[in-house]
Design a protein around this ligand. Structure first.
Ligand code: G3P
Length: 245
C-alpha cells in the first residue's frame, strides 16, 4: 500500500509547511501530498485554502497577496506561531527539499474555485527545470486541468480527484470513460465511495486507486483488503503495514 503524507505530517504539525514536510523525511512512506495556488505576483505557493484565514494569522485571498506578504504571515497553529519553518512555502522550496530523496510528490493543483492563469504550465515548467518529471504526480478535481497537463507534458503522471458529492450526483459511466480517455495514472477518490466494485473498475482500466483522507485504522484495513493502491493520511507514521506486525 502506497502511503502519502497528506499535506505533510499534518496530524501533528501545521499542514503544508516546511516543518510538516521535513518531519516526513525519516518516515518509510511512498510520498507526500501538497496543494498549490498562485500569489498575486505569480509565485506557486503551497497552501490548501484559497484564503489564508484558517491556517495563518492574516485574512484574505492568496491570489491578492504578494509572496512577501504571504511570507510575512505566521502560522495560527498553537505553539508554532513563531516557528520560521511554518510560513507559507513556495512549491520550489518543497520540491528542493524532496529532490535528494525517493519520495513521490503529489501536487494538487487547486483551481476548482479560482482559475489561476497558466498554473498548469507554471507547475510543469518548474518540475521540468528541477528534472523531477518522474517524481511527481499531479492531481486535480478539474478534468480540464488534467487534459491540459496531458497536452503540455504527457510523461508526467496525472491523477483525477473525485469527491463524494461529485460521484453521487454525476453519471458514473461518464466519469470513468472521461478519466480512461485522458489516461490518468490514478483516480484519487474520497475513500467513502470506494468499494470492491470501484477498485475493480479502475484496475480493469489500468488505473490505480489512491484514496483520501484515511485517518482511521479500520478504514485503512478495509481498503487494504479490497486492494486499494494507496492512501493519503494525516498520520503516515501510524497508518503503515507495521500495524499488522
Ligand atoms: O489530494 C487528496 C486530498 O487532499 C484532496 O482533498 O480537500 O484535501 O484537497 P482536499
Amino acid at each position: 500500500m502506497k502511503i502519502f503524507a497528506h499535506r505533510g505530517l499534518s496530524g501533528f504539525y501545521p499542514e503544508n509547511t516546511m516543518l510538516a514536510f521535513k518531519k516526513c523525511l525519516d518516515l518509510d512512506i511512498y510520498g507526500i501530498e501538497l496543494d498549490v495556488q498562485k500569489s498575486k505576483d505569480n509565485h506557486l505557493v503551497v497552501i490548501h485554502d484559497e484564503k489564508v484565514d484558517r491556517t495563518f494569522n492574516g485574512s484574505g485571498y492568496v491570489k491578492d497577496m504578494t509572496l512577501d506578504e504571504l511570507k510575512s504571515l505566521n502560522s495560527s497553529f498553537k505553539n508554532y506561531e513563531e516557528n520560521i519553518d511554518c510560513k507559507v512555502p513556495t512549491l520550489r522550496e518543497v520540491l528542493l527539499l524532496f529532490k535528494p530523496t525517493n519520495f513521490i510528490i503529489n501536487i494538487e493543483i487547486k483551481n476548482n474555485k479560482i482559475k489561476y492563469k497558466n498554473i498548469e504550465e507554471d507547475v510543469v515548467n518548474l518540475v521540468k527545470e528541477l528534472n523531477m518529471e518522474k517524481r511527481v504526480l499531479i492531481s486535480s478535481f478539474r478534468m480540464k486541468t488534467l487534459k491540459k497537463l496531458k497536452k503540455i507534458c504527457p510523461k508526467i503522471k496525472r491523477a483525477y480527484l473525485l469527491s463524494e458529492k461529485f460521484y453521487k450526483y454525476r453519471l458514473k459511466s461518464l466519469i470513468f470513460s472521461r478519466v480512461t480517455k485522458n489516461k490518468s495514472y490514478s483516480i484519487n477518490p474520497n475513500y467513502t465511495i470506494v468499494d470492491n466494485k470501484f477498485i475493480k473498475k479502475c484496475h480493469n482500466r489500468d488505473m490505480k486507486v489512491l484514496c483520501y483522507r484515511v485517518n482511521n485504522i479500520e478504514d485503512y484495513k478495509k481498503l487494504l483488503k479490497i486492494k486499494a493502491d494507496g492512501i493519503f493520511t494525516d498520520f503516515p507514521n501510524i497508518m503503515s503495514d507495521d500495524i499488522f506486525k
